[in-house]
Design a protein around this ligand. Structure first.
Ligand code: THG
Length: 262
């Protein structure tokens, strides 16, 4: 399971303020903590209130790269924020994200090819987030076909079905779990899959148990990667144990510690 740490997001008060004040120490501490707890990449998102997202993203990238040597996921809806950020990324980059809209694919797929980056494709278009799983599958197929046409390797594409909070869209979580499996029959080789895990529990008062349960079910459905909070120890225990149950880790009495020492 590929773990993308979610905590460097301006949505979090502490991070939003650090970006505003250009306080590297907060950013670098959170970067190091996430890597120490098993993140294989870090998601960087300036947050909704950034007044100059190009500059803020570039500052974030540089601050993080001074502290850790790890792939970075550039999380922005603006293609120019991603394009300007890619110029500075030293390690592997993940473009987070394109939608299924032709105008976005036109810019972001060639950038992914140019920088040998991974690409996250959201099953989303101008009409918004699909309300059913067939529409998610259709949009995923459109993204896969576009990557194939442009010569981007589908193995480096992560399809994100868009997880919605259970308190506002309770019927969607099950659709997401089902469509995660169906994405694998779109092409051969199939695209990989990713979710923004914490979305599922936003606005609820049982966040961590909802995150954990959904993660176990999604891993059971073949999920390849997740944007999540690696500092949630019980969540990470669920992740490691799910892989054990699926025979992706070797059992020993101390398997939780053994995984963390890898
Ligand atoms: N897919 C992709 N990228 C994504 C998402 C996705 N990036 C952003 C997001 N969704 C994943 N990251 C987060 C980060 C934080 C939270 C949820 C998802 C979160 N934050 C607290 C909240 O809103 O309640 C912030 C409040 C606080 O604690 O200060 O839940 O789906 N490709």
């Amino acid at each position: 399971m590929f773990i993308i740490g979610e905590l460097l997001n301006g949505m979090y008060k502490e991070v939003g303020e650090a970006i505003k004040k250009k306080d590297k120490s907060v950013i670098q501490r959170i970067a190091k903590e996430q890597v120490a707890r098993g993140a294989g990449a870090l998601d960087l998102n300036c947050g909704p209130v950034s007044k100059d997202p190009v500059q803020d993203m570039q500052w974030l990238i540089q601050a993080v790269q001074e502290a850790v040597d790890i792939p970075l996921s550039l999380d922005s809806t603006k293609a120019n924020v991603i394009a300007e950020g890619l110029k500075l990324v030293k390690n592997k980059a993940i473009i987070n994200s394109t939608s299924a809209d032709a105008e976005k694919l036109e810019i972001l797929v060639p950038l992914a090819i140019q920088y040998n980056a991974s690409l996250i494709g959201l099953t989303l278009d101008k009409k918004g987030v699909p309300q059913d799983k067939d529409r998610r599958l259709e949009l995923a197929a459109r993204i896969v076909a576009d990557c194939q046409e442009k010569g981007f390797p589908v193995e480096n594409l992560y399809i994100d079905p868009i997880v919605l909070p259970v308190n506002v869209a309770q019927n969607q979580a099950r659709d997401v779990l089902e469509v995660l499996r169906e994405f694998k029959i779109i092409s051969d080789p199939p695209p990989k899959t990713v979710v923004g895990l914490s979305n599922v529990s936003q606005g609820t008062c049982n966040r961590s148990i909802i995150n954990r349960t959904f993660l176990a079910m999604a891993i059971g459905a073949g999920l390849d990667a997740a944007i999540l909070d690696p500092l949630d120890k019980e969540l990470m225990n669920v992740l490691i144990t799910s892989e054990l149950i699926l025979n992706k880790q070797i059992y020993c009495d101390s398997y939780l510690d053994a995984y963390r020492k890898k």
